[in-house]
Design a protein around this ligand. Structure first.
Ligand code: PMP
Length: 382
């Protein structure tokens, strides 16, 4: 079985696993305790914080550790909206964001905030000008993803962040960086981002660990009440082993980013070219997208049927994003890109990791041809 679903999650790096296991057994102190066990754990936590900060070019005190990017996105969006509601209650995003951003916006809408959903073009890209045109005097927050988790499209976050800083410096800019870090250059402070979310398990770290970069001076209303951990922004005992694991995974991902992009771009381009030659399949991603994601549709075929056929052929891919793939709805992202329901219901994502080789890709290509040959008689009946 070949795994091509790295955008859903990655196999953890063995060194990362070893480090986490050692810490879990040997350094179980609570980092808030003032005795020796606590101090040792706190030292490890401080080192992890510095490592994570260095990997994205920010200061250690600007890192808030969380349980993953779902929490980081919720904290960034709701925490900023609640904290700065006296400035206004208008917030801006797109319909192609990850569920943890999209649903946070919908919840704020229910609580009385006004949302502008900025449209995307047929590639799923938002324009900086359209974001700027949607600003109002009562706008408090713009939230945008760096790389789309379904299609791999890259949003112009640096252009938007820098224009916001120049033209509307009081408006906060949040970037969901989950699918971009380790694949593209990711320096949120240089983009003018005030808030930036990451998740460890997309970069060969553990599940259940993430962070939110909170630019110095930005305040958030905490979503979890309790102790004063994480500068009062996120109560709860820090998960020291997982956070040390995340710091290590971030360092490795950052060091290997250029090499990762170079290797996967070659494989991605080859897979895209193959998909374009198979009658019945429609490519939805482009070569100027992220190096690790290829999205295509098989209109007239339920994505689920195609996925299970590929699985029987030894290839694991994904329908939509993992968080939404059990939903029967067509992809919200593809609908926002103007695709019809048949295209949006037949969407499949292939995502690559650092371990993939030309041989793996040859097996994938063979399986794609075979899948279509097998399913062709069923096409019209779906
Ligand atoms: N944002 C994006 C773009 C994602 O791809 C994901 C993972 N599906 C998340 C946020 C949520 O991350 P986590 O799994 O750490 O909650």
């Amino acid at each position: 079985m070949k795994y091509f679903d790295y955008a859903a999650t990655t196999p953890p790096d063995s060194d990362v696993v070893r480090t986490m296991a050692e810490i879990m057994e040997a350094h179980y102190g609570n980092p808030s305790s003032i005795h020796g066990y606590g101090e040792r754990a706190d030292q490890l936590l401080r080192r992890a914080r510095s490592g994570c900060a260095a990997a994205i070019g920010v200061k250690p005190e600007e890192i808030v550790f969380t349980s993953g990017a779902t929490e980081s996105n919720n904290l960034a969006i709701k925490g900023a909206a609640l904290r700065y509601q006296s400035r206004g209650k208008h917030i801006i995003s797109t319909a192609t964001e990850h569920a943890s951003v999209y649903e946070s916006f919908l919840q704020l809408q229910q609580w009385g905030w006004e949302v502008t959903w900025v449209p995307v073009d047929s590639d799923g890209r938002v324009s900086a000008q359209q974001i700027m045109d949607s600003l109002r005097p009562d706008t408090v927050l713009v939230s945008l993803m760096h790389v789309n988790n379904e299609t791999g499209v890259i949003q112009p976050v640096a252009e938007i962040g820098n224009r916001l800083k120049r033209e509307a410096p009081r408006i906060l800019f949040h970037v969901d960086g989950v699918q971009g870090f380790g694949k593209l250059e990711a320096k949120p402070a240089s983009w003018g981002a005030d808030l930036y979310s990451l998740s460890a398990h997309k970069i060969r770290g553990p599940k259940g660990a993430g962070l939110l970069y909170v630019r110095n001076g930005v305040e958030l209303t905490p979503l979890l009440s309790g102790g004063s951990q994480e500068q009062g922004m996120r109560a709860g005992t820090e998960n020291v082993p997982l956070l040390v694991g995340m710091a290590k995974a971030m360092r490795l991902a950052e060091e290997r980013q250029l090499d990762f992009a170079r290797r996967t771009t070659v494989l991605r381009d080859r897979i895209m070219e193959t998909i374009e030659t198979i009658p019945g399949l429609v490519l939805n991603s482009r070569k100027d997208g992220a190096p690790h994601i290829i999205h295509f549709s098989y209109p007239g075929m339920k994505a689920e049927v195609a996925l299970h056929t590929l699985e029987q052929l030894g290839i694991t891919v994904s329908t939509q994003s993992a968080c939404s793939s059990r939903s029967a709805e067509p992809s919200r992202v593809l609908l926002a890109m103007g695709r019809d329901a048949a295209n949006a219901a037949g969407g499949l994502r292939i995502s690559l990791g650092d371990e993939h080789t030309e041989e793996d890709v040859a097996l994938l290509e063979q399986a794609l041809h075979q899948m279509v040959a097998q399913l062709r008689p069923l096409e019209r009946r779906m």
